[in-house]
Design a protein around this ligand. Structure first.
Ligand code: ZN
Length: 305
């Protein structure tokens, strides 16, 4: 189904508008800096700096983008991974005839979380910042309109590499759940329970799970609490560890993620009640706020430990 292109266009327009606004602010600031300043000059507030590619040689434009803080706060770097993208739409659900794809909702949530974290002094790294996948696609990666299993694995490893190159203090991957039975719904967060920093994985997952449920409940949709779970139990893992969170497995995960991580599945797109809670910008914004709160509280707690 490729007839409804509205949401994606709107999203791309929003990205362009954001980048344009950032360079506009930066341009004004540069002019101010060049202007002769008197004894009281130079008092203008510092503008939010532009996004910077972490490694332009390794990632396509818009992939693995570092967004500097826009406000004061303790220094930390958080990698936000918007699940799926480009030829991999993820799952989907329909409200009032409009199809909502997982890849569009995950990007909206990641972007909303990014702005809030930046305002709190956090550097954010987005594994992808546009509809396209943030990692390079090899020839033959898309077959019959879908990403091959091999290409999907390479894409996931690229996301891990992005978080590692950015030396992120935490990695949060945003996904949405789906199931054949439309009555199944609720909030779930996955973590890896066996790595050397498993206790931190668990703490991050619990913090995110609590923040998401609290925020959704405040917005009038109290989802079923499916709890935090072993990362091999989710549909995204296919029975093994998630590539994003899992340990080194030779020739499968050669470079594992090097920081505490969790994968959130805030709602089921196949459950009408769940989908309604995220099918408009207020819903993705609320989840972005929840993700930002969850990861901030984890980082604050880690400092106190
Ligand atoms: Zn997913």
């Amino acid at each position: 189904m490729r007839t409804r292109r509205g949401p994606r266009r709107a999203l791309e327009a929003a990205v362009v508008a954001l980048l344009a606004a950032a360079s506009l602010v930066l341009g004004v600031a540069s002019q101010e800096e060049r202007a002769p300043s008197g004894p009281r000059g130079g008092a203008a507030a510092a503008p939010a700096p532009d996004p910077v590619a972490v490694d332009p040689a390794a990632f396509p434009p818009g992939g693995c983008l570092r967004l500097p803080p826009s406000g004061p706060g303790p220094a930390a770097t958080v990698a936000l991974d918007a699940g799926h993208g480009g030829p991999d739409p993820g799952s989907e659900g329909t409200v009032d005839g409009t199809v909502h794809r997982e890849k569009e909702l995950t990007l909206a949530v990641a972007r909303a979380a990014a702005e809030r974290l930046r305002a709190r002094g956090t550097t954010v790294v987005l594994t992808r910042s546009t509809d396209a996948l943030g990692t390079p696609l090899a020839r033959g990666a898309v077959q019959d309109g879908a990403l091959t299993t091999d290409a999907s694995q390479r894409d996931l490893l690229g996301r891990v590499r992005c978080a590692n190159l950015a030396r992120a203090d935490a990695l949060v991957s945003v996904h949405f759940n789906s199931f054949a039975d439309a009555e199944v719904g609720g909030t779930e967060t996955l973590y890896e329970p066996e790595r050397s920093f498993a206790a931190q994985n668990r703490a991050l997952a619990q913090s995110l799970q609590t923040a998401i449920r609290t925020r959704l409940t405040a917005a009038g949709h109290a989802p079923l609490d499916r709890g935090i779970a072993d990362d091999s139990s989710g549909a995204e893992a296919g029975g093994g560890h998630l590539v994003l969170l899992g340990p080194r497995i030779p020739s499968y995960i050669d470079e594992p993620s090097a920081m505490p991580g969790a994968l959130v599945e805030p709602l089921f797109l196949t459950n009408p009640g769940d989908l309604a809670a995220v099918a408009d910008p207020a819903g993705t914004d609320a989840l972005g706020e929840a993700v930002a709160t969850g990861v901030t509280e984890f980082l604050d707690g880690a400092k106190r430990r």
